[in-house]
Design a protein around this ligand. Structure first.
Ligand SMILES: NC(=O)c1ccc[n+]([C@@H]2O[C@H](COP(=O)([O-])OP(=O)(O)OC[C@H]3O[C@@H](n4cnc5c(N)ncnc54)[C@H](O)[C@@H]3O)[C@@H](O)[C@H]2O)c1
Length: 242
């Protein structure tokens, strides 16, 4: 589960658990004009899964799909697929199904992948190193532009094509080219301080891997990723047979 940290005013998710696509920190892209106001949070998770599978279909040179096929790929029923996709507007054709390209465009538009997001990484330990090497971000519109660490053994190295800079350079680099998002992969004890600095330097959203709760202004979107909690949920599911 991605745990959404509380944000009181401009929310990524509303109190009802609905996703409100946000473009408030950017000049509004053309695509944002046609984005549904709210989407239930579970549907957002499914849209992301459809998106991933649609990419696979496109790579396999498959040009159309339907709710049955898509549902099978992400393990949900065809009516759920149809409901999720109809919330995005009319994109399917009876008897023909959905154009893979059109669906990728539309879901990408709604989830914000139809635009380029600049992302910085802070903390290039074992986790940060793996994230820098991961090739899956770019196709979703996320560009890792810079990485920072305090360890002299890491500074100056290039990982996944990104040079690791001294964290002392954060202010200078981010002031020159403010990123939209940041990934925080520092130890928990240092996370709050780094997060506050990132916010002061203009970052609007933080993907937080540090096992700590960040207290940030309500306008900042925070998504906490906690694999240990996920394992705990899995163990619970196995134990309780759910
Ligand atoms: N969410 C998850 O599922 C998950 C999984 C693994 C690790 N973690 C967490 O992610 C974080 C990173 O884990 P790791 O295994 O890579 O740890 P690590 O110790 O290997 O790496 C942490 C890195 O952060 C750097 N660092 C420390 N303070 C910094 C600062 N102020 N500015 C910039 N860099 C700084 C360190 O030099 C080090 O390179 C930890 O908080 C860990 O608990 C989360």
């Amino acid at each position: 589960m991605l745990c959404i940290n509380g944000v009181r005013q401009r929310r990524l998710f509303t109190p009802e658990g609905c996703f409100s696509p946000r473009y408030d920190h950017l000049s509004e892209p053309e695509s944002a004009k046609d984005v549904p106001a709210q989407i239930p949070q579970p549907a957002v998770g499914r849209l992301s899964l459809y998106f991933r599978e649609l990419y696979r279909l496109r790579e396999a040179e498959i040009t159309t799909t339907n709710s049955k096929e898509l549902g099978k790929l992400v393990n949900v029923s065809p009516p759920v697929v149809r409901r999720d996709l109809s919330a995005l507007g009319t994109i399917g054709q009876r008897g023909v199904g959905y154009s893979v390209d059109a669906l990728i465009d539309r879901i990408g538009q709604v989830l914000g992948s139809g635009q380029q997001w600049e992302v910085v990484l802070v903390g290039v330990g074992s986790l940060g190193d793996a994230l820098l090497r991961y090739r899956g971000f770019s196709r979703l519109g996320f560009k890792l532009t810079a990485a920072f660490d305090i360890d002299p053994g890491r500074i100056g190295s290039t990982i996944g094509g990104v040079e690791v800079l001294d964290a002392k350079e954060l202010e200078r680099v981010l002031t020159a080219t403010p990123p939209h998002l940041a990934i925080l992969a520092v130890p928990a004890d240092n996370a709050a301080e780094v997060a506050s600095l990132l916010v002061r330097l203009g970052v609007s959203g933080i993907l937080n891997f540090a096992p700590t709760t960040l207290r940030l202004p309500p306008r900042i979107a925070v998504v906490n990723v906690d694999l240990a909690s996920e394992l705990q949920r899995l163990a619970f599911a196995v134990q309780s047979g759910t």
